[in-house]
Design a protein around this ligand. Structure first.
Ligand SMILES: NC(=O)c1ccc[n+]([C@@H]2O[C@H](COP(=O)([O-])OP(=O)(O)OC[C@H]3O[C@@H](n4cnc5c(N)ncnc54)[C@H](O)[C@@H]3O)[C@@H](O)[C@H]2O)c1
Length: 418
């Protein structure tokens, strides 16, 4: 480990921690960026499952995390809703806290981490209300700490290529687009059915944010109006949810993006979901066009054994374990790179201020954070709180039969029915 390697606490030990976060953090530990790793969950069950995860232990036989609670001592059932705060207090200042809790718990956990002087990586969405994002952005700036929101589609190289070309004027001016992200049907049987009910959330709020964030990331445009038509159906447990949504997002240059989301990509179909982005632009002699086919990336597998799907269209670009020189497996893909970029930024901030007096260090950190906000590659509360406005507007619209909700930025950002 280098003297500046960072301690990491992951708060939340569920699906996203297993599939993406913990392997990415272990890889960065292997590379000397990360020092010790802790994971906190509500009870020991998910922690035991993570510690015994076949894919993680096969790739990282040398790695372990400190579990909060310790399931070997307390078993897997007993709940410890406040233990993560003790774990936060035990970290040295300017550690990295990764918030991977259910959406409604992000706000409280991010504030607890900042109050103890830690940087934060938060899975999307940062919070559910724009005011909360502004508050978090202000606390982070004052304390000189990074809060970054993990929108991993930004780190798919195709997004970065599109951003560079759009911002160089090569595509022209965005006019009309379509985005689609339909998650698998089997999600209906997961914990989603308990909280993704009509009064709390919907398919647009849960998954629509990815491509809306991406259109801003590529173009720099801001959303100004949102309308969402939702199809309300029962989840398997009988609770009602908007399982299918059709959204329209109007941007501040008058462009319009149609966003379709749902929990309904057939489990028998190849690949993990159905997703992609298409954008048409005015400009030049013939106009501009961009199409990202994000679910089928040209890889077809027919496996004789070891997979539930006989034929599969594998996504090699999001997250895969691949063999590495030296006998180990390493995680690869834009999911991994997204975590890597954020933890590298934290490492850079801490390294740049090592040895400074605390006043000098705070000034320097604020300078670096300002540059990160301005650059706009990492999503921060200061540069991506439009996502919270879209979510507020989307909820207002879907609960009012799809009426348009307007987003105003001046004099104060607000959302209202048109
Ligand atoms: N594509 C993406 O960007 C993406 C994909 C999946 C999930 N997510 C986000 O990740 C977050 C987590 O989703 P998930 O699918 O992993 O959820 P999950 O339900 O599988 O896991 C949630 C975890 O939070 C833990 N938890 C709950 N209360 C706690 C407390 N008080 N203290 C400590 N731990 C507590 C639970 O024990 C569980 O381990 C959500 O915000 C979701 O929106 C993002």
């Amino acid at each position: 480990m280098t003297h500046s390697s960072i301690n990491v606490l992951i708060v939340g030990g569920g699906m996203i921690t297993n599939d993406l976060i913990l392997p990415a953090v272990y890889q960065l530990q292997r590379m000397g960026i990360v020092n010790q790793v802790g994971v906190s969950a509500l009870n020991g069950g998910p922690l035991k499952a993570l510690a015994e995860s076949q894919s993680i232990t096969a790739a990282f036989p040398e790695s372990v995390f400190t579990p909060y609670p310790d399931y070997k001592k307390h078993g897997t059932e007993k709940c410890f809703p406040d233990l993560f705060k003790e774990a936060l207090s035990s970290l040295p200042p300017q550690s990295a806290v990764i918030v991977a809790l259910p959406d409604q718990l992000h706000y409280g956990a991010v504030k607890e981490a900042l109050a103890r002087g830690h940087h934060v990586l938060c899975v999307k969405p940062l919070v559910l209300k724009h005011d909360q994002a502004v508050e978090i952005g202000n606390i982070a700036r004052e304390k000189g700490l990074l809060v970054a929101v993990e929108y991993h589609k930004r780190f798919d190289d195709r997004s970065l290529i599109a951003r560079a070309k759009y911002r160089a004027g090569q595509f022209g001016d965005f006019r009309l687009g379509q985005a689609r992200l339909i998650e698998p049907y089997y999600y209906r049987h997961s914990n989603f059915q308990n909280w993704c009910t009509s009064e709390n959330s919907d398919a647009f709020s849960y998954v629509g944010c990815h491509y809306i964030d991406l259109v801003h990331f590529i173009t720099g445009l801001l959303p100004v109006a949102v309308s969402v038509y939702g199809i309300e159906e029962p989840w398997p447990n009988g609770k009602k949810g908007f399982l299918w949504t059709d959204g329209r997002v109007v941007w501040n240059n008058g462009a319009c993006l149609n966003v379709q989301n749902g929990f309904g990509y057939p489990d028998t179909a190849p690949g993990g979901n159905s997703q992609g982005l298409m954008m048409f632009m005015n400009g030049g002699k013939d106009g501009g066009y961009l199409e990202h086919i994000d679910s089928f990336r040209g890889v077809k597998h027919g496996l004789a054994a070891g997979s539930a799907k006989v034929y599969n269209e594998v996504n090699p670009d999001f997250f895969q374990y691949v063999p590495a020189s030296g006998g180990a497996m390493r995680p690869t893909g834009y999911g991994y790179r997204s975590i890597e970029q954020i933890l590298h930024a934290i490492h850079r901030i801490n390294s740049a201020t090592a040895g400074c007096s605390s006043a000098e260090a705070l000034d320097k950190r604020r300078e670096l954070l300002f540059a990160i906000d301005q650059e706009g590659i990492l999503a921060t509360p200061k540069n991506s709180a439009y996502n919270e406005l879209v979510m507020e507007a989307g909820r207002l619209s879907i609960l009012n039969s799809g009426k348009e909700a307007r987003i105003e930025y001046e004099p104060h950002p607000r959302v209202s029915l048109a």
